[in-house]
Design a protein around this ligand. Structure first.
Ligand code: GLN
Length: 537
């Protein structure tokens, strides 16, 4: 059980539809509470049975977000970190898979002393103890329950938070239900009925919401608020409109305008100063009044679900913020046959991470185009690996150059991307990947070192394969340089660049995971600035 007395919990559930924006609402609440000086924590509970989203296809579930400690987590943790000063870890991402794995392990060890192991209390106890662990020493913890109310998988989580309310008391627990108010064009109206049903479903499992956060295309009017309040057993003040925002970073400001933070604080009997939100206001102002713009092509195979590149999308936006550059992103399917014509209108190209063989030809084509035409190129993880292969094939003329990851292994004579012999001493967590934060030394006078203005950096990783260090000499002779290496295992290459090119950098790590609107990542800032200047095309 929690060690911290009077620790507060705000539980966020969702109703009516998925993708209603619970993650952004949770992140925004954390922003507001942090801005009022509270020590906060945020936890995501995912009711699916996968142990972590690492094995889920990005086509189905969007991006896998990687924390500093190497946990493969739900993309909502990305929002939480971008919106706050928090450094989250594996304790902030809870799944049904983890819960059952622990309970079954305990059962096998005989920890339950012959008792029948049941959802209540054993599964719910494990959920509660993980929520308390994720809360740590925080004064207020926002706990987002994934999925939609009524899902079978979500029930043990709902039961666990119901029990937490009993244990901790009303003053220390808040239930906020995020719901969707659809606009029916033929009636010309916003409709409250699905939300009424959703609240009913919530009450059937023992939760009376304290706040209803109403997501809708337009803001809801007084009558609708009154109707929702009546059917939800709430006062009108606790019906909070959350209309669509032009920028996601505007949501904390919306909620603050609705005095939600103030109401939550009152409800929890906490004392606080006013929220200092000037930083966020400034960000939103800059986003809304761009001075210049640039168009970036993002060449990948998961482009049909934009969530797959969520952190990259955000990092590119942050990159534009410093100089008030609006970043237009064109998502280009790497599985389509690409020609120079398709790429001509772009001011720069980013090839993101990915797995497997599909879409590789499109990526190689885009990289070759950038290299030969002095178009800014940014390769991330698989993007860097592909840049190395393209260079090996077309510049170094290395026969049958390819990656160990390729299924087409027979035609590969030279593995430019390979499993390196000294990969093993690295700490491997979760499967066989290099995961989480690792130190990297940037080479003196390299472009990347000048961008970071540092020699030693720490960036997050999620990959199996590495650049084959044995090809370094051949590459360097032809103009592609090793610009960063793992500190401690210097033949693990972390960054490659072409110094003669205006901006051609590939990194083995994922810089996008550390970019925040309040702290844009230097690589993205530099890339966007260069792309904007490259508008002569
Ligand atoms: N598939 C590559 C590897 O495993 C790259 C991974 C990535 O881009 N995240 O090394």
């Amino acid at each position: 059980m929690s060690k911290t007395k009077n620790q507060k919990f705000i539980f966020i559930t969702g109703g009516v539809v998925s993708s209603v924006g619970k993650g952004l609402v949770s992140a925004s609440l954390a922003t507001l509470l942090e801005a009022r000086g509270f020590k906060v924590s945020v936890i995501k509970c995912d009711p699916y049975i996968n142990v972590d989203p690492g094995t889920l296809s990005p086509f189905q579930h969007g991006e896998v977000y990687v924390t500093k400690d190497g946990a493969e987590t739900d993309l909502d943790l990305g929002h939480y970190e971008r919106f706050t000063n928090l450094d989250l870890n594996k304790n902030h991402s809870i799944t049904t898979g983890q819960i059952y794995q622990t309970v079954i392990d305990k059962e096998r060890k005989g920890d339950y002393l012959g008792r029948t192991v049941q959802v209540i209390p054993h599964i719910t106890n494990e959920i509660k103890s993980r929520i308390f662990k994720g809360a740590g020493q925080a004064e207020i913890t926002v706990v987002e329950i994934g999925g939609t109310i009524g899902d079978i998988e979500g029930l043990p989580f709902i039961e666990a938070i119901r029990q937490i309310r009993i244990e901790k008391g009303i003053e220390n627990t808040i239930f906020a239900h995020v719901t969707f108010i659809p606009f029916i064009p033929s009636a010309g109206e916003l409709k409250s009925k699905p939300s009424q049903h959703s609240v009913k479903a919530l009450r059937e499992v023992g939760l009376q919401p304290d706040f209803l956060l109403c997501r809708s295309a337009q803001t809801i009017n007084k009558e609708l608020k009154e109707k929702l309040a009546l059917f939800s057993n709430l006062s009108v003040e606790n019906i909070i409109p959350v209309p669509d925002a032009e920028s996601i970073y505007e949501i904390p400001l919306f909620l603050n305008k609705e005095k939600l933070d103030q109401k939550l604080i009152q409800r929890m009997s906490l004392k606080t100063t006013l929220a200092s939100l000037s930083k966020w206001k400034n960000i939103v102002q800059k986003i809304k009044a761009p001075k210049k713009e640039t168009t970036i092509g993002l060449v990948g195979k998961y482009v049909h679900l934009k969530d797959s590149y969520q952190s990259i999308h955000e990092a590119l936006m942050h990159g534009g913020l410093a100089k008030q550059i609006k970043v237009n992103i064109e998502y280009i399917d790497s599985e389509k046959k690409l020609s120079s014509k398709d790429l001509k209108s772009l001011n720069g190209i980013l090839v993101p991470g990915g797995f497997g063989d599909r879409g590789i030809d499109g990526k190689l084509k885009a990289i070759q185009y950038c290299r030969e035409n002095s178009v800014p190129f940014f390769g991330i993880c698989l993007g860097m690996q592909m840049a190395a292969i393209e260079f090996a094939q077309n510049v170094c003329k290395i026969k049958g150059a390819g990656s160990r990851e390729s299924k087409n292994g027979k035609s590969i004579q030279n593995f430019i991307i390979d499993v390196m012999p000294n990969q093993k001493p690295l700490t491997y967590k979760g499967g066989s990947m290099r995961l989480g934060s690792y130190p990297c030394l940037l080479l003196k006078n390299s472009k990347i070192q000048k961008i970071y203005k540092k020699d030693l950096i720490e960036e997050r990783h999620r990959h199996r394969y590495e650049f084959n260090f044995n090809f370094t000499e051949q590459f360097e002779k032809k103009g592609m340089k090793v610009a960063g290496v793992h500190k401690g295992y210097e033949n693990l290459v972390e960054a490659l660049e072409i110094p003669k090119h205006p901006w051609f950098i590939g990194v083995q790590f994922h810089p996008e995971f550390q970019s925040k609107p309040t702290k844009p990542h230097p690589l993205f800032v530099s890339f966007i600035e260069t792309c904007e200047k490259n508008k002569t095309t």
